[in-house]
Design a binder for this molecule. Structure first.
Ligand code: GAP
Length: 455
């Protein structure tokens, strides 16, 4: 593993990726016509398709292809006691400082990454005018009220992690599914955090989907399973095309550990803004099950024929957006082809929002259009496909390159004569002639094959 690299290798910057995302309907600023809302984004057509692919690959690896993990979809607003017992009401906070001069608020532990309100080239506290308060804790949970009365008894929280919905369902799952430790419960769903220093496009949002899995194991196997899941999750990112030189595993120091964790390793990605957490893999020990058992009075343990214990928990946790952003940054490329610039997303075909474009060479040729429409109708039942007969063929290829479509099938004169089409490859730009009748099977086969990016 390459751990020395400190500079992102590639053409991407966060600004370029954000600009492409907006131009090509991946991501729009939220509430745009009202001036936006800090760190909230809406996903356009291609963003939705890509996020769905990321989630599908996660579900495939963590649920479908395993016998020991089951699915769950718990509520976003839970009984508020859940968050007291989990430690989030008292402990899920960031240290904040206010500047009495510029009236801005900063994370005390991230002053080095923040800009002074008066002199943005300086960090808060660096100019003589800066007047920072002592740090104080600020809870990141969004509060709301359940029911018609707005009093303390009705106060509830939007979940800041999906994990707690899993812990409070432990007993339900154990008594209704044929599971036995080691086993996992996986879920994907929205989480909400009132982040103080959002920014960097999708990297830190206030509302984001998490993909979390709690893996319950016998206590004496926890360390071994922790290593197992760090490796398994790293391999997942690599198998979907993230460059090995852009990934590293970093163990947390003791002072960095969350209140529930006995050991955590981050799988970090070298975003264009530097190494940052992509996914956390934590050993939560028996913290959560014990907290909820104590607070609820319900025993949360595994009872076997000859054994009884509170399982320990290994948790791989990632958000869809951090994963999507890493895929986009890794895939973004600019090059010159035949004297003209080309922007291309070299996404893994299974992550790419559209798998194939079907293009009649001449958009006004009725026979070509008819053949192309027929092929498109057939393909779109099997995979995400697009039909395009507008503009010159070169322009249509570039449009598909920009959204990362790995293959294009072009219907031309020869198709009408011998029933073959050209298959254009996004990365090599090679074109091969294949029988139109076998196009669907060939693409389905390629989608199943391994794919590695060009280093
Ligand atoms: N259940 C454990 C947990 O939530 P975390 O490290 O706070 O741990 C897990 O979050 C993952 O969720 C992170 O590794 C990151 O991928 C993602 N994540 C956390 N905060 C986020 C935010 N504000 N915006 C986008 N993704 C975030």
């Amino acid at each position: 593993m390459t751990e020395q690299l400190n500079q992102f290798q590639g053409a991407a910057t966060i600004e370029k990726v954000a600009s492409l995302c907006r131009r090509r309907a991946f991501v729009f600023p939220s509430s745009d016509i009202y001036g936006g809302l800090g760190s909230s984004f809406d996903f356009g057509h291609y963003g939705v398709l890509m996020n769905d692919n990321v989630k599908a690959e996660w579900r495939r690896a963590l649920i479908q292809e395993r016998e020991d993990v089951v699915a769950l979809d718990s509520a976003i607003i839970l009984q508020p006691q859940v968050w007291v017992a989990s430690g989030h009401v008292s402990g899920f906070s960031d240290p904040l400082v206010d500047c009495r001069t510029c009236k801005l608020r900063f994370r005390a532990d991230q002053l080095e990454q923040s800009a002074c309100g008066r002199k943005p080239s300086k960090h808060p506290g660096e100019t003589p005018d800066c007047d920072l308060t002592e740090p104080r804790q600020f809870n990141l949970m969004f509060e709301t009220y359940v029911g018609p009365v707005r009093d303390d008894a009705a106060r509830a929280y939007l979940r800041p992690e999906t994990a707690q919905g899993i812990f409070v369902n432990f007993k339900n799952v154990v008594s209704s599914m044929r599971v036995k430790p080691p086993f996992g419960i996986a879920q994907i769903g929205k989480s909400f955090r009132n982040e103080i220093t959002p920014g960097n496009f999708l990297f830190r949002m206030r509302e984001f989907e998490q993909m979390e899995m709690e893996f319950f194991v016998p206590p004496d196997e926890a360390a071994e399973w922790h290593r197992y899941w760090i490796d398994a999750r790293r391999d997942w990112h690599l198998s979907l095309g993230i460059r090995e030189s852009h990934l590293r595993v970093r163990a947390h120091g003791v002072e960095e550990l969350s209140h529930y964790s006995s050991a955590t390793s981050d799988i970090e990605y070298l975003y264009p803004i530097g190494w940052q957490e992509l996914e956390g893999v934590a050993n939560r020990g028996d913290y959560d099950l014990r907290q909820h058992a104590d607070a609820s009075g319900t025993k949360l343990e595994w009872v076997g024929h000859e054994e009884r214990y509170v399982p320990h928990v290994i948790e791989p946790a990632i958000s869809v957006v951090r994963s999507t952003l890493a895929f986009l940054c890794d895939a973004y490329d600019e090059e010159e082809v035949a004297g003209r610039p080309r922007t291309v997303l070299r996404l893994h075909p299974r992550i790419a929002p559209v798998k194939v474009a079907v293009l009649p060479l001449i958009g006004k040729d009725t026979a070509m259009v008819e053949q192309a429409r027929g092929l498109y109708e057939e393909l779109r039942h099997a995979m995400s496909a697009e039909y395009d007969d507008s503009a010159a063929i070169g322009k249509r290829y570039r449009r598909q390159d920009e959204i990362g479509t790995p293959w294009a099938l072009t219907i031309d004169e020869q198709t009408l004569e011998d029933g073959t089409v050209t298959l254009r490859d996004r990365d090599t730009l090679e074109q091969e002639r294949i029988p139109i009748a076998g196009a669907r099977a060939l693409l389905e086969d390629r989608l199943r094959q391994d794919w590695r990016p060009r280093e």
